[in-house]
Design a protein around this ligand. Sequence first.
Ligand code: ZN
Length: 672
Amino acid sequence: MVRLIPLVVLVLLPVLPAQTNSASSPGFDASSLDTSVEPCVDFYQFACGTWIAKNPIPPDQPVWGRFEELAERNRTTLRDILEQSSAEDPKRSAIEQKIGDYYASCMDEKGIEAKGAAPLRPELDRIARLPSKAALVDEVIRLHDIGVHALFRFDSAQDFKDSTQVIAEADQGGLGLPDRDYYLKDDPKSVETRKKYQAHVAKMFELLGAAPEKAASQAAIVIEIETALAKGSLDRVSRRDPVKVYHKMSRQQLVAIAPSFAWPKYFQGIGAPPIQSLNVAVPEFFKELDAALKKTTLDDWKTYLTWHLVHAASRLLPSTFVNENFEFYGRTLTGAQELRPRWKRCVDFADSELGEAVGRKYVDRTFGVEGKQRTLKMVEALEKALGRDIQEIPWMTPATKQQALEKLRAITNKIGYPDKWRDYSAVKIVRGDALGNHMRATEFELHRQIVKIGKPLDRTEWYMSPPTVNAYYDAQMNNINFPAGILQSPFFDKSMDDAVNFGGIGAVIGHELTHGFDDQGRQFDAKGNLQDWWTAEDAKEFQKRAGCVADQYSSYIAVDGMKVNGKLTLGENVADNGGLRIAHLALLDTLAGKPPSKIDGFTPEQRLFLNWGRVWCQNRTDEYARLLTTVDPHAPGKYRVNGALSNMPEFQKAFSCKPGQPMVRQDPCRVW
Ligand SMILES: [Zn+2]
């Protein structure tokens, strides 16, 4: 299971299960443009048209773009590492034993089929034997330990108001669908999806041995409980506001809100250090949870817990469970046509659960010193450009500018991989016990998080594994993080000129830096504390400018009639617009004094914009587009390109666009 990402980590791409067939592709290739379209009419089509036509979505994917291409290449490297590590050689290192046996166990389809649901039986029996509602707490502890997110989420987190402290955090959770909106919306599509979900839950009970009628009534119980939890959950747009998910309270206050759950017993059982206070991110959720605890019978809770257990374990159970899980979560929700080959799934599980062990081998094999040095040089150039941009913008007063510059100077950079590798020696990996390995790895991770409560913050930690094709800004650490996985073509290509790399990884660096100053990041200061450093007049001006961006993107169609949510995607769009602008500024600095020589018929500035367009080339299914429009704070690739560039006079000048053309907005938005 993917660990809960802290509330204010801002990533480049959705953090959903990675999906992803092709050989290395260069950072920029002029032959793949669609020159039948003018760049000033639809730049995305101009930059991506031919790529889009030549790269249909593979049947085992819901989306296919440049990120997925690269992730697929990384996955092939990881498979090689995992296969070599799985050879039962007595000379294997401890790390090779863990990742190799984890992978071999996952790949042992025959062994998994032969056991049937037996590996899950002890856990199912524990739930069936629960003697009373008072004993629920013991089972919730056990389920959280093994990666089953029943009822709510519990973790450690930096204190929003004192970023040096790690505190406990309880948050909404307990749902089987990707968002609370799936339970609450009444449009025909939502009703249909909910019906299919209920049918899927029933099917899973049947696979566990229930008669169809019984299974159907069990599914209805699950929906009823989850709907109650969804009603108490905060919507995604509100969750982007740190103030709305910060409610630090004493443990007595939590007990007062939700007295029906034995919190002291839970904290002790889950292995937390003594907790006096914690962040209850969404108090309203815990009130609803309490109401549900009061009115739901023990038998119904057993049904709900059984569903969440089998759901979490399904991917490592026999194929009947795996296929049924794919039918709903793959085909129905994302529009993928085929289950991904087993090796791809097992590589992803290994990366997700033993990420820094697999990642260490990956870095040894792939990541050179040159990549790190050139990236650091670009980071410096981008930071300089953002500093100048802040100094020169006309709408901010000097007092706030000074604070902004102080924050910019305090941003630290993490490139490639951690300085200190995570120690997995406590995780027992047993060859032939796929499900047990998963449960023990999950338990290790949860405990690693929970023992941090009350301890000093470790600033060296990463939330993404080294092979990940993504990047993030962490508002509480005030740092930017670039895993080795993304420091490759088409983002960074050492055979390419600076212009292409500034349009790829340069704009990505700019994007992450700008997150420190988007609608969410701007609420945190240089030390990563939730503290307002803006004058009222500057804050008002920011909101006006951000409102322009929200309105702009809200006008775009994401998929058949469903519009982009401009408020949900606001931070990412501000980051794209700002990041691109400072990447362009940094390129001009780099080019200073040199004659702007053309390559493949394009000037350096044109090549920067072309690579920005190219990194977002993608095809996606309508189903996946619908899912992302609901849950993903990023706009579709097309608008990440056309939305940002149509606001940019620098782009319009580079391609000689004229007023009135579609890529020239009449009232362009600009924050940074
Ligand atoms: Zn981002």
